[in-house]
Unconditional design. Sequence first.
Length: 708
Amino acid sequence: MERSVRRETRELGAALTAAMERTGASVGMVYLLPPEGRALRLAVLSGVPLDIAAPWTRVALGDPVPVADAVAQARLVWLADQEEMARRYPRPGLVLPYRFSLAALPLTADGTPWGGLVVLWPAGHPPTLSPEEAEALRTGAGRMADVLRTAAGAGAPLLPGPQPFLAHSPGPASDAGQAAAALAFADRLPGGSCALDLDGRVTFVTRTAAELLGLPEERLVGTFPWEALPWLDAPVVEDRYRAALISRETTAFTAVRPPGHRLRFRLHPDATGISVRVIPLPDAPEAGSRPRSAREPARRRSATPAVPGRAGTLYHLMHLAAMFTEAVGVRDVAERTAEQMTPALGARSLALLLAGDGRLRLVGHSGCDPDLAERLHSVPVGAGTPEVRAFTGGTPLFFQSARELRAAYPSAGERTPEGAWAFVPLIASGRPVGSLALGFDRPRGFHSPERAVLSSLAGLIAQALDRARLYDAKHDLVHSLQAGLLPHGLPRVSGLDVAARYLPAAVGMDVGGDFYDVIRLGDTTCAVTIGDVQGHNVDAAALMGQVRTAVHATAGAPPGEVLARTNRLLLDLDPGLFTSCLYAQLDLARHSAVLATAGHPPPLCRHPDGRTASLDVPPGLLLGIDATATYPETEVPLPPGTLLALFTDGLVEVPGVHFDTTTADLAARISRGDPTDLDALADAVVEHACRTAPRNDDMALVLLRTHP
């Protein structure tokens, strides 16, 4: 039964196919950015089967993939050809070594990113995107963003489904007379003819083609040729098939039907499918393999692909290996495995369990029903379950059906799906680190090549998880150190509301040097400081603690003097690192503030009337450069209702975007926010920063608002 599809999803599909028709694009993909904003999810696909798009069903905002850059940097990404793809984006260039052009755009409405659009053109597209094509893409992207914004505004945001919605262009309509004439035409041609739809299934085959392929017509129609004809499951066939789909160019290959019948295949693709010509060649020497009788049943393939054979496996292994070189942390590895490998393997459900403290713990899953996920949440290694047996025994377990599974392991309980199950140990450096559980829709056997595929994939996953666990351990250690050096709470000062946020960098394993502090000086006076130590390591964190202590010790002196004393202290310590720092002293009784800065970005000021702009504070030298440096002071009024925003550059730095532009965007967001709820405003600012770009630096934010 076809899964119900929301009206908004169909509208996205209609907008995608319209944009493809206007621009002549052959492949299109629409990505959504869910509310958590950590990764893009493929929601609509057109022009190629899901098998080919499976490696990119989930794209993290920091991934080296065109759509991630387009969304993170809020710009159009254009790749003229295969060479530019390989040069700028090696991972997709490795998995798709074909001739095509590509454009990626963000789906943005009212400054909010909702997702991304990707379109591909066949080989031969000019090296530049024409103004008409660019306008058509922007129009289509705007239409999609409006659909997503409207749905979210109505309280029902559109979320990605378990599988992308396929919006392939329909084939040409014809009456019965034309169909009969076309069949007669194809039969009269020398050799054989057949047709594949965009998903790869045989939709038409002539009698001659069926005879050449060695199966009757009824055994071929509706099947995938590499499944109905195992001798076509070869890397060269997969490669030429993918090349035809992606490049929309005619491709050809030669295959041998056992025992030695050589056949030449020519693939002629268009927007609706592939026409295939089959021409016999002189027979090859017999290879000793037994020809299969036309009466032997062909293995049919369901709408969801089965465990890939030799050809598809090469692509999945290449992509998985490349993906894991960029994944950091157990959570990252688990999410990428669960979300990307489930469709690649044709599994209905996947569970990833990692060993620790005498238990197997569920670290990632996809397609598991809630009861199963709950049972697998934490399993003692002494439990009699197949997941544990695979882990402790170090050998995989395969069951052709859920009934067979329950017969062997009654403790496994009822499981959905009811089809076949596989439990594969995750072994890294010769020791088991966890287990992988896969459930399939239907009962099936696991042939030796398929078992080898699953074992290879499990080995890659195990090595990635083992490295990720070491990363997490170091990450937790260094960030615990940094958290210990930051203030655990903010003082209460009469007439002032304060909120602060600190987020470590989204990538990288080392601790940062961002710091902030709010110091109560009296009943109506306080000081606030924020800064950033050069570097991302333990030395930077230690120096950050020393700078914060020095500022705290001299607080109450004029701001310029506080920075000068701290500067001389750093030079005496000779750490070899520089530090930016902003220090402000607030007098709430006089409604004024005095500021001085050592190379740090000036604060933003939202005035009582709602206007927000950067304060004009003369910059001084960074701390740690010159012992004689002085730091000019600037006094500014703070009438009731004034809001100050102090921040480190990690909050506003976006690759490829000018600092002034991102600072202006931050000012606009502060202007639109509710100044009476600083906590909500601080959360919104940080969330927007995390959604719009991958952050390679720590970020700190301090908001202060005066009131009567």
